[in-house]
Ligand binder design. Structure first.
Ligand code: ZN
Length: 347
């Protein structure tokens, strides 16, 4: 089990790492601890690190990597290790990858303990310590209760530590986000990333964690962890992105998508229907026109026939005019009749 655990402050990363250490007997290698230890023991690397820190500089990655190499070479890391506090950026992740593959100990998974920012915020801002007995409570998740059970049967004298105020916590979460996002993308590309839901009971989260780690009994028993989904890391606090809010948003987005899809398909159907109607009409029109279309001869003679008709009409008109013109008028006819009668009478 060679593991990097990623998780925001308050995600329970430390607690879960401890559970893994106990169950699988592998060391948790914290670069912070390594540094402090090396400085205290005044090793060569420790002295170098101290010089940098005294000068107000960051300890160079090469020093930290050398410490990691030394630590992982010890026998207790033969079965595996959990790295804590390193890598914090992509350059460190790259350097770590090179070191581990040289040592023949490449990482087999990187687990992101995913938790909603709102939940984190509550966990972190709700933390209260008792001035008297030093017990740590959480006004949201682990309140001290009504029964006074502090020393001398008194109620606890709770106070909020200065770095648990909202502003400091917001800043810590922002720093974590900014650091972790590129690492998440980095390990996702290398198919090492597993994302587990870090909300809920400690033991449930641990069960999820075990299923996500290759080589554990839980992973082997066929209950495979869901593959790392493309999931946006939790957003900045204070934006109201609760789990329920997220679910609602998701549902709404889905509904909108479906509606758009339906509308599109309706438009498509309508368009295609209109097209097919148009096509049919055109076809029918063509057929009709073809059916009633005059023959070429007909078309060629049409003007002639028209001319013929009008000529006939003209002839008829002329003839009738001629007849009218040549017909004697009624008066003339009457005169003629009178003359005839007179002639008859004379005879
Ligand atoms: Zn107390």
């Amino acid at each position: 089990m060679r593991l990097v655990l990623l998780g925001a402050p308050g995600s329970g990363k430390g607690t879960q790492a401890q559970k893994l250490v106990q169950k699988y007997r592998i060391p948790q290698v914290s670069t912070g601890d390594l540094l402090r230890d090396a400085v205290a023991r005044k090793t060569a690397l420790g002295l170098e690190a101290k010089a940098a820190m005294d000068a107000g500089k960051l300890v160079a990655d090469t020093i930290v990597l050398a410490m990691i190499r030394e630590r992982l070479a010890r026998p207790d890391a033969a079965r595996g290790f959990i790295l804590d506090g390193f890598p914090r950026n992509v350059a460190q992740a790259d350097a770590l990858g090179t070191l581990l593959s040289k040592m023949g100990k490449p990482l087999d998974s990187v687990v992101l303990m995913d938790i909603d920012t709102k939940v984190l915020f509550k966990r972190l801002t709700g933390r209260r310590t008792c001035r008297r007995c030093a017990r740590v409570f959480n006004i949201y998740t682990n309140p001290p209760g009504k029964k006074p059970d502090c020393e001398g049967g008194r109620t606890h004298d709770l106070f909020q530590r200065p770095d648990d105020n909202e502003e400091t916590i917001s800043h810590r979460l922002e720093v974590y986000e900014a650091q972790t996002r590129p690492l998440v993308a980095y390990y996702r590309r290398r198919r090492l990333l597993k994302v587990i839901d870090a909300t809920g009971e400690l033991d449930d989260v641990f069960a999820r964690l075990e299923r996500a780690i290759p080589g554990t009994d839980a992973a082997k028993s066929g209950k495979r962890a869901a593959p790392a989904r493309r999931r946006r890391p939790a957003k900045r606090p204070g934006k109201g992105n609760t789990m329920a809010g997220k679910t609602v948003k998701k549902t709404v987005r889905k509904a909108v998508r479906m509606e758009k899809k339906a509308a599109k398909s309706i438009r498509k159907t309508t368009r295609s229907a209109a097209k097919s109607v148009k096509r049919a009409t055109t076809k029918l029109g063509k057929a009709l026109r073809r059916a009633v279309k005059p023959t070429v001869a007909d078309r060629a003679t049409a003007p002639l026939r028209a001319a013929g008709k009008s000529a006939k009409r003209a002839v008829k008109r002329t003839a009738s005019k001629a007849r009218k013109a040549t017909r004697p008028s009624a008066a003339k006819r009457a005169k003629r009749t009178v003359k005839k009668s007179v002639r008859k009478v004379r005879r």
